[in-house]
Write a protein that binds this ligand. Structure first.
Ligand code: UDX
Length: 455
């Protein structure tokens, strides 16, 4: 919305939320999320044609176009728990719009939704006899965190799905202020809703595919980065999203695939559901494989050993930890009784502890006393990489922060126990340099024995 306001100074954009604290943050110098370049965009438009408030009913009455942008987390209870999307917030929005709208409104689904949600939204909107009329459009968002501003300024495409030509035309005219018309794709409602889930499923599938091959590389002596380069130069495959890692995280991939799996099941497509579910199964395997390899390599025990954890965010640049692979790697190491000293340049201590507690809690909300004790007593937070590595038996790199590349590794090595294990979960560091300093480095998709023997 901030980008629309920036690019279209003549269009008033009013962002509303029920949460006063969050709105206050949007009106302050401390925005509630960190995203490179966002602050400048907000500052340019705020007070001109971009306002933030909790006046939800007024905003509904005043608007011609209403974007529903609430979250749709995976259900944690009832039918479809653990897989289906929780549409509670969407429904509440639709009901509030229905109650307060007058005249004609275009209602745009911006949240990622299961296919045919628009149907339900339409029914709810028409259920109040207020005399208002509605067109419902689907306009999914494809931006990625960390590059959001550029993704919004120069998107590969904008997708608008709907039935009413006039409504599509109106929304197109907003984006057309800065995006070439040939990049604005229009489809029917259901294609648009499904395209978002499909895009995320395909992207996550690429990561799981390369991660699956990384396990085979480690077993055979092939090098995953070389394999990725070799296949990525086939123009039909392309080079992007082929970086082996400890597994994908973030708020979208797992949630959207599970949602897709639930949908396929709902329509009786068991084989299709199984096929996509494997992307998540492989991702869980990759996270588990990494922590298990650490334990095996460190003489089958990490109990009471200090392990320095570098990075906790799900990827570099944002401070977002939702579904970060680091959470699960840390939880598994904690359950092996390791002492973890975690440093992330942007993630605060409170968030790290909350994520670890949540990861130790089962679906029914139970947290064992042992797990609580481990998170409280075996986790410490370091102000920098040096403190995290000091007196440690191992370092595990879990997020690919650029600043980790310029650390004084000689100094780090001197402060550690021998052998000084270095587990690079992001293939961020140079193997030859680390070997020369004296680390025993293990990287994803690189066989340790073969790395160290020319034969
Ligand atoms: C994703 C989609 O890219 C975006 O289009 C959608 O709108 C929201 O979900 P995001 O979650 O912000 O965006 O991050 P993305 O860059 O896609 O990375 C997701 C995860 O995959 C990260 O944990 C990242 O580290 C991992 N990843 C990505 C890899 O492990 N290897 C890769 O090659 C690419």
């Amino acid at each position: 919305m901030a980008m629309i306001a920036k690019q279209c100074p003549d269009i008033p954009v009013h962002v509303v939320d029920l949460n006063q604290e969050r709105i206050d943050a949007w009106n302050s110098d401390q925005l509630p999320i960190y995203e490179p370049g966002l602050e400048e965009v907000v500052k340019e438009a705020r007070g001109r044609n971009l306002t933030f408030s909790t006046r939800v009913d007024d905003a509904i009455q005043e608007a011609d176009i209403i974007f529903i942008s609430v979250n749709t987390p995976t259900k944690t209870f009832g039918i479809g728990a653990g897989r289906a999307a929780n549409l509670e917030f969407i429904e509440k929005c639709a009901r509030q719009i229905a109650k307060n709208a007058t005249g004609h409104k275009i209602v745009v689904e911006k949240s990622t939704l299961p296919v045919r949600t628009a149907e339900a939204v339409k029914r709810i909107l028409s259920s109040e006899c207020s005399g208002a009329t509605f067109d419902v459009l689907s306009n999914p968002e494809f931006l990625a965190e960390g590059t959001a501003i550029d993704d919004l300024l120069n998107p590969d495409r904008v997708l608008i799905g709907g039935e009413s030509e006039a409504a599509i035309e109106t929304l197109c005219s907003v984006y057309a202020r800065w995006i070439p018309l040939e990049q604005i794709l229009t489809t029917n409602l259901w294609s648009s809703e499904l395209s978002k889930l499909t895009a995320n499923a395909f992207l996550a599938q690429r990561v799981s595919s390369i991660n699956a091959m990384s396990a085979l590389c480690e077993a055979t002596g092939a090098d995953i980065d070389e394999v990725a380069r070799a296949i990525g130069s086939d123009s039909r495959i392309g080079p992007k999203f082929l970086k082996a890692s400890i597994g994908f995280g973030g708020s979208c991939f797992q949630k959207d695939i599970l949602n897709l799996v639930y949908l396929c099941d709902h329509f009786g497509l068991r084989e299709v559901a199984n096929y996509w579910e494997q992307v998540v199964v492989m991702n869980d395997y990759q996270k588990r494989r990494f922590s298990e390899d650490i334990v095996k390599t460190m003489f089958n025990t990490v109990s009471d050993k200090k392990i320095g954890i570098w990075g906790f965010a799900f990827k570099k640049d944002p401070n977002d930890t939702r579904e970060s692979a680091a959470i699960y790697v840390c939880r598994d190491l904690l359950r092996e009784r390791a002492r973890l000293c975690i440093h992330d340049p942007r993630v605060p201590e409170k968030q790290i502890r909350q994520e670890l507690m949540a990861a130790c809690t089962d679906m029914s909300g139970n947290l064992t006393e042992k797990d609580r004790w481990l998170v409280e007593n075996n986790v410490s937070i370091a102000k920098d990489c040096y403190e995290a590595a000091d007196d440690a038996h191992a370092i595990a790199v879990l997020t690919e922060w650029d600043e980790f590349k310029t650390i004084d590794f000689e100094k780090v090595h001197l402060s550690m126990h021998r052998p000084s294990f270095l587990f690079d979960g992001r293939n961020l560091l140079d193997q030859t340099t680390m070997d020369a300093i004296g680390f025993e480095m293990h990287a994803i998709g690189k066989s340790f024995n073969r790395q160290n023997s020319p034969n």
